[in-house]
Design a protein around this ligand. Structure first.
Ligand code: GUN
Length: 291
């Protein structure tokens, strides 16, 4: 069993990005600039956005963090997005999800200019991805593909079972793994909350991508020997022994599943750091679009 070390792979990719940005800057080129919007004070969202902004400065990117209270209206948020769309200094726009219930995530995502859609959530980005055209890929699926490429894991012809059909992870993941690319060419089954007999599916899987948001959901009896596991879950569970009062666990019962795997991503230090890499690569790409 080999642990897929997201932290180490991310460090490697971040070094490459850092070098590329330094070269661009030395030639008088543009410094990539990411604008992040955080509405409300969801602790997990605060941590994710903090991480994204910190990584920008680590890589030599510029960043702007705009914070607003939960009372912000949809019209006000749309106005902020419009200002960022029109601001020539800003290359990438990220609105951290989830948003408060009174704001339509669809309306906000649709308002982001596709050339600045570094999250890859806009219908144009998702449509292009589906058609295999060059575009911004959603950060988490992009990061997972980068990790598979880094470890030279060949998924051609393998049966990949994706658990969860979110627009952010499950759906795009199923598309990317099935595409005629490298890595790619897997045979994909996309499963979700209405899937009958999920265990019958996962027991057939050569690769499982767990993106459900349910701590330790995937158990050892649900997987076959030699399986490759990609655990996308980042769940906070109470832990009185920690200073923070919680610890992070994935969607996979790591302790019992890992011994059966050929490869497995841990939580933390697995998919999480790769998501940030995907976002940073998208922001660099956005900064290179002529405007
Ligand atoms: N919430 C959970 N994952 C993501 C992500 O990748 N981007 C944004 N904007 N919000 C998220």
């Amino acid at each position: 069993m080999q642990i897929l070390d997201g932290l180490a792979v991310a460090a490697h990719i971040k070094e490459q990005i850092k070098t590329e940005v330094a070269t661009v800057k030395n030639k008088g080129g543009k410094t990539p600039h990411l604008a992040a919007i955080l509405v409300g004070n969801n602790p997990a969202s605060e941590a994710y956005v903090g991480n994204k902004v910190r990584t920008c400065s680590e890589l030599g990117f510029g960043s702007t963090l705009l914070r607003f209270g939960t009372e912000m209206t949809e019209i006000e948020l749309l106005h902020e997005v419009k200002k960022l769309n029109e601001n020539k200094d800003i290359d990438g726009i990220l609105v951290q999800l989830p948003l408060p219930k009174h704001i339509s995530e669809t309306a906000i995502i649709n308002a982001i200019h596709p050339n600045k859609d570094v999250d890859g959530f806009h219908p144009i980005s998702q449509g292009k991805m589906l058609l295999g055209q060059d575009t911004f890929l959603p950060a988490t699926p992009y990061g997972i593909m980068l990790m598979l490429a880094h470890y030279n894991i060949d998924i051609t012809g393998k049966h990949c079972v994706v658990i969860g059909r979110s627009n952010i992870v499950g759906s795009p993941m199923s598309v990317l793994m099935a595409q005629n690319t490298n890595p790619g060419n897997a045979t994909v089954t996309l499963t979700h909350s209405r899937t009958k007999d999920l265990k019958a599916m996962t027991l057939q899987a050569d690769i499982i991508v767990a993106a459900i948001g349910n701590p330790k959901f995937l158990t050892a009896d649900m997987v076959k020997d030699g399986v490759i596991i990609i655990d996308v879950g980042i769940n906070r569970i109470e832990d009185a022994t920690r200073k923070s009062g919680y610890r992070l666990v994935g969607d996979v019962d790591f302790e019992n599943v890992a011994p059966k795997c050929s490869f497995i991503t841990p939580v933390p230090k697995g998919v999480g750091p790769m998501t940030i890499c995907g976002l940073m690569k998208n922001t660099l790409k956005a900064s290179q679009i002529a405007r």
